[in-house]
Design a binder for this molecule. Structure first.
Ligand SMILES: Cc1cc2nc3c(=O)[nH]c(=O)nc-3n(C[C@H](O)[C@H](O)[C@H](O)COP(=O)(O)OP(=O)(O)OC[C@H]3O[C@@H](n4cnc5c(N)ncnc54)[C@H](O)[C@@H]3O)c2cc1C
Length: 395
């Protein structure tokens, strides 16, 4: 049986970030991933991901930002509006006292850099291989891989996604809500320069977001009712572009060309536990959110920073006190972000006229009330309840 101090199950963006964060630590670490990177893992699709300022600070602290920066487009402002209403809320990097509110980066590039960096360290990479069995022992965990190989660890970090196998093997429940929506993700070329602005426009069917890409194009994330998805994937590029243009409007000029379309069904999955003896949950395995506020990975990366900080001085990485501290450190951030995201989805998809007027007032208030604006901006930058690593560079 191979012995490790920490075994990370799942090498998606969160597991790979944690492997990087723990490389060079005193602990013997293994990373277990079912898919063969760089092409196979579910995280490594054609999407872009909006990293907030706290995530950028974490990647800087991990020494990876320099390599990521050329692939990332700075988001210098955001513009939030509702279709059919005049009110808008705007946030700028200048107001926040930062060079950028965040950075939009292709997932594939982010994943490739994380794995390449993890490969050059003392972390043992077990990939592609799948966890098939896991058993808690008094002072550790025994794991079995698909081929029958057995491993042991003092701590298991479950970073195996929304449908976490570790969670199922341990019989831990989850709370799940199907939004009956899918996000269609693609890229569009537009006729006006994006100038680093990220747009989100709410409609009763779901938000449409355009985020600036480094190549001058925009990544498009369009949330639509599940029943419309097949038709929107099957229609011609011209028909899709015309529909997207009609929903988004003319702020970026004409929609000219379209990239490949992919659909992601949307649900919220919250694990009932963040820890059990010798195991902790991080990233989507702990909480998987609707992408409306672009917070899922940002939140998961703060889980990573919290685990890395907790393990820094630990003799026994699976000690009960360490798990208690992790849970205490992450609970408030997790609840705040997941509730904010869920409320946003439900409030903007409510078609009652009274609700629509309230939303309108809400957007106006957000733009016109500096303390409220500051509070929302701070939360979206990732600084509320953030681990130490995330606060470096905070103005
Ligand atoms: C349309 C869309 C847009 C988004 N945009 C943003 C954004 O702009 N900003 C943001 O912060 N977040 C965003 N998110 C959320 C973000 O994508 C996720 O939070 C993040 O990718 C989760 O990463 P993860 O590593 O926790 O999970 P996953 O990506 O699901 O990775 C889990 C890994 O575990 C592996 N695995 C599973 N089971 C096993 C097993 N038994 N053995 C071994 N390995 C296993 C899988 O192969 C996989 O690689 C978006 C999500 C969507 C759907």
């Amino acid at each position: 049986m191979k012995e490790f101090d920490v075994i990370i199950v799942g090498g998606g963006l969160v597991g790979a970030s944690l492997a990087l964060a723990l490389s060079g630590s005193r602990h013997r670490v293994a990373l277990l991933e079912a898919a063969a990177p760089p092409s196979g893992a579910p995280s490594w699709d054609e999407r872009c991901i909006a990293l907030n300022a706290a995530s950028q600070a974490i990647f800087s602290a991990l020494g990876a930002w320099e390599e990521l920066a050329p692939a990332a487009e700075p988001i210098r402002s955001t513009h939030i509006s509702e279709r059919g209403r005049f009110g808008v809320a705007r946030f700028t990097a200048e107001e926040a006292g930062l060079p950028a509110l965040g950075y939009n980066i292709p997932v594939r590039q982010l994943g490739t850099v994380l794995w390449r960096r993890a490969q050059g360290t003392n972390t043992t990479l077990l990939c592609p291989t799948r966890l098939s069995r896991l058993q808690l022992q008094g002072d550790g965990v025994e794991l079995e891989l698909e081929g029958g190989e057995r491993l042991s660890a003092k701590l298991v970090v479950a970073a195996d996604g929304a449908h976490s196998a570790v969670r199922t093997m341990l019989g831990i429940g989850h709370d799940s809500r199907d939004y009956e929506q899918s996000a269609i993700v693609t890229a569009v070329r537009v006729s006006r320069p994006h100038q680093g602005c990220a747009y989100e426009r709410f409609t009763p069917d779901g938000p449409i977001a355009l985020l600036p890409k480094p190549d001058g194009a925009c990544s498009l994330v369009w949330t639509v009712p599940a029943r419309q998805v097949d038709g929107m994937l099957a229609c011609s590029d011209e028909a899709f572009l015309a529909q997207a243009q009609d929903t988004f409007g003319e702020r970026l000029g004409r929609f000219v060309t379209l990239g490949r379309r992919n659909a992601h069904p949307l649900s919220r999955v919250m694990s009932e536990r963040l820890t059990v003896p010798r195991v902790l949950f991080a990233g989507n395995a702990a909480q998987s959110l609707h992408p409306v506020a672009a917070q899922g990975f940002n939140l998961g990366l703060r889980d990573v920073a919290a685990v890395a900080e907790a393990l820094e001085a630990a003799v026994d990485p699976g000690a009960a006190a360490l798990l208690r501290d992790y849970e205490a450190a992450r609970q408030a951030d997790r609840e705040r972000v997941s509730q904010f995201t869920d409320r946003l989805v439900r409030s903007f998809s409510n078609r009652l006229p009274g609700f629509s007027a309230l939303r309108h007032l809400g957007l106006l208030a957000l733009d016109l009330t500096p303390p409220l604006k500051q509070a929302v901006m701070w939360q979206n930058l990732g600084y509320g309840h953030a681990p130490r690593m995330a606060r470096e560079g905070q103005p």
